[in-house]
Ligand binder design. Structure first.
Ligand code: PBG
Length: 322
């Protein structure tokens, strides 16, 4: 079929026609809003590099969670900034930790809001790495034991989903086994299956105060040059019992989201990370970009690539318009 018999513009003539044949849609139901929790009371501290995002104390995060839920958003993802850091990150799994307290407080006052927890050590270790540091190296197997404690403590506090983001080998399997043993067999694992060593995490490290004191994360997070390796990482996590596979960051890795979508039937999540957020916020603040338009287009691109779930700091901004 060719012009002039076929005229693609016929179906673009009005908004009703365009809506009729729209292939990709957005809804707040599959957005996850990240939240940073700190010790203290009555705290809502702006994060400079992420305008519109804050560090909240537990009482304040409950208020925020209510607001998020009322906007139609289904889920939040919690990160904790502990009172004290040590080499092993022990405050990541203590019963009265910030995340543990936030989970139970949110579940108590907004029970239908899904609470997902980031399972990692970097915010809790004094050296800022995601695992146990020994002789300048990250000890994979020693870290697994600690991650298991973190995941169990989150599940114990009432987390609906745990999300390991450390990129240690074998962590999904040991966490699944530990959860099952402690009768948390109904708690799903959303694994950061394909997490790149990305410069787009810059603003987050300010927000979560987890810049590594020495070196970088390239011995555990993936090389941005690799796509085939992403398939291996995703396959391992699937075999170890992951329920949702995540790709992170999102927009610079749409090809990876698409690859996973074609290869796996598990739900796929994509994390539109802090740097993606801050770029758009900064350019919009300067009047160089139309923020609402860019945000919608960026989320559509992530969905079109194949993501079911999107973790985004824009969730609150867009929920009202969807
Ligand atoms: C913790 C973690 C990071 C992010 C999510 N979980 C930081 C990192 O790996 O350095 C980044 C999120 C973002 O940039 O929005 N390991």
């Amino acid at each position: 079929m060719m012009y002039p018999e076929y005229r693609p513009r016929r179906l673009r003539r009005t908004e009703s026609l365009r809506a009729l044949i729209r292939e990709t849609t957005l809804s707040p139901k599959y957005l996850i809003y990240p939240l940073f929790v700190v010790h203290g009371k009555g705290i809502k501290q702006p994060i400079e590099a992420m305008p519109g995002c804050y560090q909240f104390s537990v009482d304040a995060v409950v208020k925020e969670a209510k607001e998020v839920f009322d906007l139609g958003i289904n889920a939040v993802l919690l990160f904790g900034l502990p009172e004290k850091k040590d080499p092993r990150g022990s405050h990541a799994w203590i019963k009265s930790g910030v995340v543990q307290n936030a989970v139970s407080a949110i579940k108590k006052s907004v029970p239908d809001l899904l609470v997902v927890t980031d399972v990692c050590l970097c915010e809790y270790t004094s050296h800022g790495h995601c695992g146990v540091l020994s002789n300048g190296r990250i000890d994979n197997d020693a870290t697994l034991e600690l991650l298991t404690k973190v995941a169990l403590s989150h599940a114990g506090a009432g987390a609906d989903i745990v999300a390991p983001s450390d990129m240690m080998d074998g962590r999904v399997g040991v966490i699944r086994e530990a959860l099952d043993e402690q009768s948390f067999d109904q708690v799903p694992i959303m694994s950061y299956a394909v997490k790149y060593a990305s410069s787009f995490y810059g603003p987050f490290r300010e927000a979560a105060e987890c810049v590594p004191k020495s070196g970088d994360r390239r011995s555990y997070q993936m090389d941005p040059a690799n796509a085939r390796e992403a398939m291996r990482e995703a396959m391992l996590d699937l075999e170890e019992g992951a329920d949702i596979l995540m790709v992170k960051p999102a927009m610079p890795y749409l090809d990876i989201i698409h690859l996973l979508r074609q290869e796996f039937s598990l739900p796929i999540a994509a994390y539109q990370v802090s740097g993606e957020y801050s770029m758009i916020k900064a350019a919009s603040a300067k009047g160089w970009l139309d923020e609402a338009g860019i945000v919608e287009e960026s989320l559509l691109s992530i969905r079109r690539a194949g993501a079911d779930v999107i973790i985004t700091y824009f969730a609150k901004d867009v929920a009202g318009n969807l």
